[in-house]
Design a protein around this ligand. Structure first.
Ligand SMILES: [Zn+2]
Ligand SMILES: [Zn+2]
Length: 354
């Protein structure tokens, strides 16, 4: 009896083909849903995670923090992993974003002094490490001070300092933003051409710009009128490109147009005025940016009032109501909560009966 011949080739059935599980779509953070983002610089004095609750409680849906004391050389300060994890979890619960970190004020990447320069590079490197630990979206830094040398040399030095500080770090989603300055002293970055020189010298870094309204005005751009704002925006678009601007610092100015002096004022109480902030918040060329307050806190409630002022000027009553996601409750807490609702239900039923 001839053995049954086993077919050497099986007919191809597409259904048999092995298909690996498709990779899950990247998780889009809640703040990238296209909604208006208004934030405020919040203190980390109590605890880094408490800053999140403070911002949320003030009616903001974005925030800026320092990740360590801004006036001390905190070269060695790293965020303990447990604190960073707690921070990230609480931020997810509150749906806050973007998270902007403002770098240390002592950092001067454009410095001619080799000691200050080396310290600055090291400190900015640790700023990057801390920003990554906290899951920040943006790290803002002032471009530096030129000292006695020309702005072109200072821009080249700042760019080299940024590249050195970022070397060896994988930045992931983190973007570094250079802030425009008022032009006080020899500060680099009051002209957009200077910022462009730094951006152009770092093609491999995820670099953008943070636009501070008070600095913009003090540097000589008259953004008070619709026409003035238009030409100021066109100038930015022609130099660095508006697509490189990710965050605005929303500050009114105590000082006059072109004063080159940096003094922040409450929204609507300074020389820029409310109408200009309304136009900035609603300008189609600035849609999708985060608007972060760095206004003074002169008396209690100033922070809340400034946040509310921006929502109002944007044409909203307040932050869209989004109840924070519930913290995971423990089994004990859950059963207690369950009993409470059960009791309430019983009482309600008795009421109906009675
Ligand atoms: Zn600023
Ligand atoms: Zn300022």
């Amino acid at each position: 009896m001839a053995e049954e011949q086993h077919p050497s080739t099986l007919p191809f059935d597409a259904a048999d083909e092995y298909r690996p599980e498709p990779p899950p779509p990247p998780e889009i953070p809640a703040w990238k849903d296209g909604s208006l983002r208004i934030g405020i610089h919040t203190s980390i004095a109590k605890d880094v995670s408490a800053a999140l609750d403070t911002a949320y409680g003030l009616g903001a849906n974005a925030l800026q923090i320092f990740s360590a004391s801004p006036l001390m050389w905190t070269i060695a300060t790293r965020i303990p992993p447990a604190d960073a994890e707690r921070f990230r979890a609480r931020r997810r619960e509150l749906g806050l974003g973007p998270l902007v970190i403002h770098g240390n004020y002592l950092i001067n990447l454009a410095s001619q002094d080799p000691v200050l320069r080396a310290r600055s590079v090291q400190a900015f490197h640790v700023e990057i490490v801390r920003a990554l630990a906290l899951g920040a979206d943006f790290l803002v830094t002032h471009p530096g001070s030129a000292g006695a040398r020309g702005m072109a040399d200072a821009a080249a030095a700042a760019a080299q300092g940024l590249r050195q500080a970022a070397r060896g770090s994988s930045l992931g989603e983190l973007q570094i933003l250079l802030e425009n300055t008022a032009g006080q002293g020899n500060s680099l970055g009051s002209r957009f051409g200077e910022l462009k020189a730094v951006l152009d010298a770092c093609p491999d870094l995820p670099l953008g710009v943070c636009l501070d309204t008070a600095h913009w005005f003090a540097a000589g751009w008259d953004i008070r009128s619709a026409d003035g704002l238009e030409s100021a925006l066109q100038h930015i678009d022609k130099t660095i490109g508006l697509d490189r601007v990710f965050v605005l610092h929303m500050n009114d100015s105590k000082t006059a147009l072109g004063s080159r002096v940096d003094r922040h004022e409450h929204i609507g109480k300074g020389k820029i005025g409310s109408a200009a902030f309304g136009r900035i918040l609603n300008h189609p060329l600035l849609a999708g940016r985060a608007f972060i307050l760095e206004t003074p806190l002169d008396k209690p409630g100033d922070d809340r009032r400034n946040v509310a002022a921006l929502w109002k000027l944007a044409g909203r009553e307040a932050m869209p109501v989004r109840p924070p996601a519930k913290k995971k409750t423990t089994g004990a807490k859950r059963s207690r909560a369950g009993k409470r609702t059960a009791k309430a239900r019983v009482r309600a039923r008795r009421k109906v009966k009675g």
